[in-house]
Design a binder for this molecule. Structure first.
Ligand SMILES: C[S@@+](CC[C@H](N)C(=O)[O-])C[C@H]1O[C@@H](n2cnc3c(N)ncnc32)[C@H](O)[C@@H]1O
Length: 501
């Protein structure tokens, strides 16, 4: 009803009372909901209506009439245009409050949990330069090579001077690559024409070791023919960056000479598809071992470019410590670690339990996981390469063989889309005493816990069973961990225990 009152390009004044999980300001005017770009909770803004849908009006801020008391100076000149850090202008404590509120709203509205026990949010000590991984697209604009982040929902590159969340030293590498592209006359990929070679670069840095890997993502099926050129290109970048030293006062006096970065390996990744996936399937080592080494606590890891590794190392340790706390392991547990990546969680808890099986779909990640077990002299883990969406039988066979006395604890750490039907039904079938759910998406987390506790999943449909009063699992505790300062993304760890039914 309200929507008829407004039309596109109308200008109005709004008070922002909340934020969406995508970082848009929320305003309500006589029952009508507005989502407002570039506005923060507590702001009074003038806006221009950009789009009207059946229930929501979208608008963008044209000026701030009164600033929120929680506004702080953004440490990045392209924060609004880039959109990677939508909360950069919001005081950090307020960011944490919003993340907690969003999680609890998902738990009540989507998960149908009345009151959720919640231990709060563990905030980051380091809110700048915390990312250990950067994926940066390159393009040609008006005859000049540019790199940066894509502005939200577009493929328009916003250049940055020095990304405030990226790891120290990343700017040196990116600028050197930009110079080398020109020097070696490598063509830049053009999405529209689907021509040119150089698409993106992926950088990773070990937080503890400082080791850096570079992955050049290339649109080149004929890479073998150009291999020598790519090797020379890489040698130039590695030697330029590895011989750059910090130029602070003590370095200048010759007291110590710290290199800015230490690139230990480079790979090329071949991606010739014209879609949004960053990495293709083929990886070729240009120099080094093809992986970096890093550690979390006292566990060492080999990390290949195609393997998942949490992007915020400081907070990863806090996350894994919380898993250990929620597990309250006595040493005699059989543990199943689903979506195990390179075995990070399995190996972190291995010494505290009897045995673990880790399951993961990416072949290279399983190879890393097995190497990582050897690297840490851990022999009570078994890593299985399987697709949890389709390989239920394989999983069942391995679990039955490895865990004759049954499974006590299941840890799941799925991607943003959460668990699929097969996995939820498998957990319901094996009924472990404890389930520890690690999630980077409170909405899918709440949906999955609802199915686990209050519903059935049949042919991709959620069927609620409200007549059944006692749920099969109980929500014991949960906590948020802030892996991604300045964004609305938040990690959750949840402890569920089997109800006595
Ligand atoms: C959020 S990551 C967690 C990785 C690991 N637990 C960690 O802490 O580093 C999710 C992992 O699930 C894997 N994955 C995604 N879909 C999968 C599937 N259908 N079956 C098995 N693993 C899958 C991804 O490759 C990724 O390694």
């Amino acid at each position: 009803m309200q929507i008829n009152k407004y039309k596109k390009n109308d200008i109005l004044e709004l008070d922002i009372v909340d934020m969406t999980n995508e970082g848009l300001g929320i305003s309500k005017l006589y029952g009508q909901v507005f989502f407002v770009k570039d506005a923060l909770i507590g702001d009074k803004v003038e806006v221009l209506i950009t789009k009207i849908t059946s229930s929501i009006i979208y608008a963008k801020t044209t000026s701030i009439i009164k600033e929120s008391k929680d506004r702080v100076k953004a440490e990045c000149s392209v924060a609004n245009a880039c959109g990677g850090c939508k909360l950069l202008s919001l005081n950090y404590q307020k960011q944490l409050e919003l993340k907690k509120e969003y999680t609890l709203t998902c738990m009540s509205k989507i998960g149908r949990f009345g009151m959720s026990p919640h231990q709060g949010v563990i905030g980051a000590n380091k809110i700048y330069n915390f990312r250990n991984k950067m994926q940066i697209p390159f393009a040609m604009r008006d005859g000049v090579i540019v790199y940066g982040f894509y502005a939200g929902r577009t493929h328009h590159i916003i250049e940055f001077e020095n990304c405030v969340t990226g790891f120290n030293g990343s700017k040196l590498i990116l600028d050197t690559i930009k110079g080398a592209l020109k020097k070696f006359n490598l063509s830049i990929y053009d999405e529209k024409m689907q021509s040119g070679v150089f698409r993106e670069v992926m950088l990773r840095k070990g937080n503890e070791t400082g080791e850096v890997s570079i992955t050049y993502i290339l649109n080149d099926n004929n890479y073998k023919k150009h291999f020598d050129l790519y090797k020379k290109f890489d040698e130039y970048i590695v030697s330029t960056c590895n011989f750059a030293y910090h130029s602070d006062e003590s370095s200048r006096r010759g007291e110590h000479c710290e290199p800015v970065v230490t690139i230990v390996t480079s790979t090329i990744n071949i991606n010739t598809k014209n879609n949004n996936t960053i990495l293709g399937n083929e990886n070729i080592i240009l120099h080094g071992k093809g992986y970096i080494e890093d550690s979390i606590g006292d566990v060492k890891y080999h990390i290949s470019p195609e393997s998942f590794y949490q992007v915020n190392s400081e907070m990863t340790k806090k996350l894994y410590d919380k898993i250990v706390e929620y597990g309250d392991f006595k040493g005699d547990e059989n543990v199943l670690d689903l979506y195990c990546g390179i075995g990070t969680i399995s190996l972190y808890v291995a010494k505290k339990v009897k045995s673990i099986v880790g399951v993961e779909v990416v072949k290279k990640a399983i190879e890393n996981a097995k190497e990582n077990a050897v690297l840490n002299s851990i022999d009570n883990v078994y890593f299985l390469e399987a697709n949890l969406e389709t390989d239920g039988d394989i999983l069942d066979d391995v679990v039955t063989e490895k865990f004759k006395s049954g499974i006590d604890v299941v840890i799941v750490d799925p991607p943003r889309k959460g668990l699929d039907e097969l996995t939820i039904n498998y957990i319901k079938k094996i009924r472990p005493e404890k389930l520890i759910y690690v999630s980077c998406n409170p909405a899918t987390l709440a949906r999955d816990l609802d199915i686990l506790c209050h519903a059935e999943m049949r042919n991709d449909e959620i069927v609620h069973n409200d007549s059944k009063h006692e749920p099969s699992y109980r929500l014991v505790n949960m906590i948020n961990i802030d892996m991604f300062p300045h964004t609305m993304h938040v990690e959750c760890v949840v402890l569920m225990s089997k109800a006595n039914t």
